[in-house]
Each structure stands twice: as C-alpha cells, then as structure tokens.
Design a protein around this ligand. Structure first.
Ligand code: PMP
Ligand code: GLU
Length: 403
C-alpha cells in the first residue's frame, strides 16, 4: 500500500486554465495545427526597459536572495503606481511583493481566513478563487446575480454576507466575463465592508485593460479609512510578463501585510532577483505599451464578436475589459466540459469550459491571441457546430472530421 497523501492534496483540483495552456502547448509541439483561444496571457512582448534592466542585472552575475517582501526599489515603484491610479499614498510597510497576483492573494487568504470563515465573491469567478479559499480552510461563497443574465449586483453580494463572512473578493474587470463593476457597485461594497469590518479584496489585475474609453472605478475614492481594503495587482497582464511572476498586495492594514510577509518568508523566502528588477523597470518605464495593448485587445475583441455573431444561438455580452469573453453555447451543449473537449478534439480549438468559472453552458474564449487565430478559431468552432456543414475540412495537410 502506498503512503496516503494529505486531504488538502487529494481535494485540490488542477487549475483548468493552466491545464488548457499545457494541453494546447503539447498539441502544438506535436505539430498539430491547434488554435489556442483558451489562454490567459497576452502575446505582447515584454517592455524593452524591463528586458534591458534584467540583462544588465544578470551581467553583474549577482543573482541573490532579495528582501522577503520585496526590494525597496520595486516597493517604491508599486507605491508610485498605486498613488497614480488610486490617488492614495501607501507606505513601504503597506505593500508586499509576491510571485504573481496569485501568490499575493494566497498569502492574503492564509493570513486572514480561519477555518469556516466565508469568502464571498460574484459568480462567474476566476477558476482559482474557490480552490484557494478551500486551501486556506475557508468556505467559498459564490454569488449568482438575481437577474436573468450573468450580472451580479451589489445587493446580491451584500445579501450573501453572514456573520461568518470575513472577506468580499471582487475582480473588476472580471475574468471570465470582461465586465467592469459600476461606480455604484464599488461604492456600495467598499462602504459596506468598511462599516461591517470585513476585508474587501480588489483583484485589479486587469484594471487598466479596459476598452471604449471606459475606466475601472477606483475603490479608494469611496474608502474613508480603507483599513480593510486590499488591492492586488501585478505585471503579468499589464506588460505581458506572465513568466516574470511578480504581483503585489497593498493595504493600510500593516499587521495584515506583515503577516503575509511572515507566511511568504517561511514558504518561498522571497521573489526572483531578476524578476523584481524587471518589474520595477517596467513600472518606471514608458507606459505607452499599456495603451498599445488596450488598442490591440479592443480590436481583437471586436473581431471576436464579429465572428461570434456568425454562429447562430451563441449569446455574449460585449466585454468592457480584460481579454476574455464569456459566451453562452448552451444551445449546442449544456455540458461545457464535453463541448470544450469536442472542440479541441474535432476542431483543434482550445477554449475553457464555463463550468470551471461557475457557469454551465458557457465557454470562455480569449482574444489575447492574434486576429488571424481568432478568425480561424471561430471559423472552426462554427464548422464543428453546424450540422449542415461538410463533415470534413482540410487544415494544411490535416483533415478535420466533425460528428
Ligand atoms: N487574478 C485573476 C483574475 C487572474 O485572471 C489571474 C491570472 N493570471 C491572476 C489573478 C493571477 O495573475 P498572476 O499570478 O500571473 O499575477
Ligand atoms: N489567469 C489566467 C487565466 O485565467 C491563467 C493563469 C492562471 O490561471 O493562473 O487563464
């Protein structure tokens, strides 16, 4: 008999988004003409300033441990960034740098959540929230909107709060729907959390990736003391540097940040030396790359919506930000896992099943790839779902056959 593993290990699922990335990568490596519309990383190259700073640092041949919660240089760059976009000056003891926004959030949950504490967030939600909350011993409370669509109102969130609620977690704009929560929503949630003494975590990883001149509401505008507000962000999406693994959390609550620091110092020790240098350079450098990225993503979104409109019965709300769209394919198959699997097998198109985000019948389709891939991917999906289309199509020298 083999040694048993921990309950935590046995109960934790794989990240479905990362799984689809590796599946698509493996198919590509095997020479399959797969179109990857499942991914969560912009193909945009890293800012030149970041690359140069990393090379310069590497050439010193001093690649050492860094201060556990982040170098003073990177902390200063994050605090300047926060002041610029949130209008609030935080201190170095109020920020922690981590291995991505993901680890910042995980550290927060470990520092804040006691067994049985509830963490409330809107559904659909980012795939990792429920699992991270469970790993921290908490109970994820996913809140569906009370209306017919996917929209979740502030009232829906506040109604879900119980005496056990420790945290409200908001991701705006939202992965997977691309929707931005309104000023009124943010105001209500911020004021409520402050009054009720509940942590409010804003996962702002996409807050600058917004379209059509829209803006993501600033939670600091409504927080008087902001003592329970935690803002999470990072360089992954903003600068297309997912591989750097740098994110952060900022909060007035110094004891919280210190506790997150203790957890980090006893687990990962610190962040990568080169990564911190690269992230600081990107934050301090020319920001026109962010505008360029938004322009490209907005164009991509429009191409995707145009292609989606050619598939009968597919419904989608126009994303206001991110690089994701959440499309209702329930007419074709209410089982989104089965549908995503079918599309991967038959059409060689990778998408993420909606059920992983808490909404069956939907597929998350990314538009951070290039326009040609978006058009080709959507053309193949249309073909695979159209019973009147030819049974076979040729992609290069590969023959695709649908059911
Ligand atoms: N939050 C959301 C909503 C995300 O989609 C992601 C995806 N990467 C993250 C956090 C984590 O980002 P990272 O760890 O790469 O900074
Ligand atoms: N956040 C990205 C996504 O939703 C991928 C990385 C991850 O899941 O950690 O696809």
């Amino acid at each position: 008999m083999s040694i048993t593993l921990s309950k935590l290990a046995m109960n934790i699922g794989d990240s479905p988004t990362l799984k689809i990335n590796s599946k698509a990568r493996a198919l590509k490596a095997a020479g399959e003409p797969v179109v990857h519309l499942g991914g969560g990383e912009p193909t945009y190259p890293a800012p030149q300033a970041a690359v140069e700073a990393i090379i310069k640092k590497a050439q010193t041949r001093k690649i050492k441990y860094t201060p556990s919660s982040g170098t003073p240089e990177l902390k200063a760059a994050v605090l300047d960034y926060t002041e610029k976009y949130y209008g609030r000056r935080y201190e170095p003891s109020q920020v922690i740098i981590s291995a991505g926004a993901k680890q910042a959030l995980f550290n927060f949950l470990l520092a804040a959540v006691e067994p049985g504490d509830e963490v409330v967030f809107p559904s659909p939600y980012w795939v990792s929230y429920p699992e991270m909350v469970r790993m921290a011993g908490g109970k994820p409370v996913m809140v569906r909107g009370s209306g017919t669509g996917l929209e979740v109102g502030a009232g829906d969130i506040l109604k879900a709060v119980t005496p056990k609620t420790k945290v409200i977690l908001i991701n705006s704009p939202c992965n997977p729907s691309g929707q931005i929560y309104s000023e009124e929503f943010i105001k209500q949630v911020v004021e409520f959390a402050e009054k009720q003494n509940i942590f409010l975590v804003m996962d702002d990883i996409y807050h600058q990736l917004v379209f059509d001149g829209k803006k993501t509401p600033n939670p600091c505008a409504y927080a008087k003391e902001a003592k329970n507000l935690v803002i999470i962000n990072g360089v992954s999406k903003l600068y297309g540097m997912t591989g750097l693994r740098i994110g952060w959390a900022v909060s007035v609550h110094k004891e919280l940040i210190a506790a997150m620091g203790r957890i980090q110092s006893q687990s990962t020790s610190c962040n990568g030396d080169l990564s911190e240098v690269g992230a600081a350079a990107a934050l301090k450098g020319d920001q026109s790359c962010v505008q360029d990225l938004c322009r490209i993503l907005q164009e991509n979104r429009d191409v995707l919506l145009q292609e989606a409109a050619k598939i009968p019965y597919v419904r989608v709300e126009k994303p206001a930000g991110t690089f994701y769209s959440f499309m209702d394919f329930s007419h074709y198959n209410a089982d989104s896992n089965a549908l995503a699997q079918y599309l991967l097998e038959k059409a060689l198109v990778a998408v993420v099943p909606g059920v992983s985000f808490g909404a069956e019948g939907y597929l998350r389709i990314s538009y951070c790839a290039d326009k040609d891939s978006i058009i080709e991917g959507m053309r193949r999906i249309r073909w695979a779902l159209d019973k009147n289309a030819p049974k076979e199509i040729k992609i290069g020298d590969k023959l695709l056959t649908r059911d």
